[in-house]
Write a protein that binds this ligand. Structure first.
Ligand SMILES: Nc1ncnc2c1ncn2[C@@H]1O[C@H](COP(=O)(O)OP(=O)(O)OP(=O)(O)O)[C@@H](O)[C@H]1O
Ligand SMILES: [Mg+2]
Length: 390
């Protein structure tokens, strides 16, 4: 058997390496099977995409629904949205055979003739270029109509959904809402990490998607459950890790799944069979990961203006910076003019280096946070002690 590291840092995690999320999976499965759309929100790297993939493989979903997943983070127009959805629906259809794929293409009358056939498989190929979608709205309606008339219902997860608010078309929300709400055979999961944008979209009475969905806010995995999960993975491989070490790591990373997984993946790899890992080994793994990221992080900081660097470092050292735009915060941290702090915060948000929850700002990348802290003389050990809640 091929050796696998049980700590996955990519998606599509085999279920035995997937930690908990039992309740969240139930919530999503129940809403989907009852035809209710859902919004799935969490800070970055908490596990939204992983959870969606997990739900897709649930036996009540995977066999019963045509599942498709599109990430629209890097799209900026209805044309691109339509292209991405079309591509994914086609992929899903073709998985059921060439004829199924071909049937989908036939329905897309607005771009008929624009498809080519793959000489290798003799099957249809979704080979159109974006520019060929000349009437995106019409094409979108054809795609939705196709899904609506399928014998199997569809489940469509749209990741980074808040992006539609930034599209060239200003009426995207209303435009999608009117089309989506007519569908009886298609259920949606809208997910994203920009809480303030997504929140406004679904909970502001003035917005088209208001009250159209239930909401699931993905919190960190329960601490005890994660500790148990991590220790079990070591045990199953004939290794061990202390409870303190995993608990300390959980607190240091504030339960952010990705950063715990990334660290334990490294600890696991460097612990030999029969070996025991503790805090020392976790520190060694973190130091190693910080060192390997050194160039990347230096380049990130080098690409920022002085003002942005100062604000980013202040937030990193602070951990959770509250009311950063208030006069008292600004003068306490010698940040200079309020207007330039505001501009720096705005561009750091846009670069996705920081996130915001109400009036609190924090770094998205826990390792970058620890790296900056280390540059300011705050050692890993100090950060660990500061956050450990034994
Ligand atoms: N339940 C879980 N058990 C084990 N590992 C997990 C679990 N959920 C997520 N992960 C791991 O954590 C990492 C981050 O998860 P994921 O990509 O799903 O987060 P996300 O919220 O979609 O992040 P982003 O906002 O950056 O897209 C993944 O690489 C995955 O390997
Ligand atoms: Mg994701």
């Amino acid at each position: 058997m091929q050796h696998v590291n049980p700590f996955y840092t990519t998606n599509n995690i085999p279920s035995r390496y997937f930690c908990d999320r039992a309740q969240e999976t139930e919530t999503l499965v129940r809403s989907v099977t009852n035809g209710n759309n859902m919004v799935l929100m969490s800070p970055r790297r908490m596990g939204k995409t992983g959870l969606i993939n997990h739900v897709f493989t649930d036996k009540r979903i995977g066999k019963e629904y045509n599942c498709c997943f599109i990430d629209i983070y890097d799209t900026s127009s209805l044309q691109e949205f339509t292209f991405r959805l079309g591509q994914e629906v086609f992929r899903r259809q073709s998985a059921g055979g060439i004829r199924k794929g071909a049937r989908f293409l036939e329905v897309l009358k607005s771009i008929r003739g624009e498809f080519s056939y793959d000489p290798a498989t003799l099957g249809p190929k979704f080979a159109l270029s974006l520019g060929q979608i000349q009437q995106p709205l019409r094409t979108l309606e054809e795609i939705l109509q196709f899904m609506e008339s399928s014998s199997k219902p569809w489940l469509v997860a749209i990741d980074e959904f808040q992006q539609i608010g930034k599209y060239d078309e200003k009426n995207m929300e209303a435009l999608l809402r009117t089309r989506f709400q007519r569908l009886a055979n298609v259920t949606f999961i809208y997910s994203g990490s920009e809480r303030h944008l997504l929140g406004q979209m679904f909970s502001s009475a003035a917005r088209p998607f208001y009250m159209s969905t239930g909401t699931l806010e993905l919190k960190p995995i329960d601490r005890d459950k994660y500790v148990e999960f991590a220790r079990r993975q070591f045990r199953n491989a004939g290794k061990s890790i202390t409870k303190d070490a995993v608990e300390g790591l959980y607190d240091l990373m504030e339960g952010y799944t990705f950063f715990m997984q990334k660290t334990l993946n490294e600890v696991f790899a460097s612990t030999e069979k029969g070996g025991d890992a503790g805090q020392i080994e976790v520190f060694a793994a973190m130091e190693y990961l910080l060192d390997t990221a050194d160039t990347t992080y230096r380049n990130i900081l080098a690409g920022l203006s002085k003002g942005q660097r100062t604000v980013l470092s202040t937030i990193a050292v602070d951990g959770h910076a509250e009311n950063i735009l208030s006069q008292s915060y600004i003068s306490r941290h010698y940040l200079g003019a309020a207007s330039s702090v505001q501009a720096a915060v705005r561009s750091l948000l846009a670069k996705q280096l920081i996130s915001r929850d109400a009036d609190t700002y924090f770094l998205d990348d826990k390792y970058l946070e620890l790296w900056i802290r280390r540059c300011y003389g705050i050692s890993l050990e100090e950060s660990w002690v500061e956050r450990w809640q034994d």
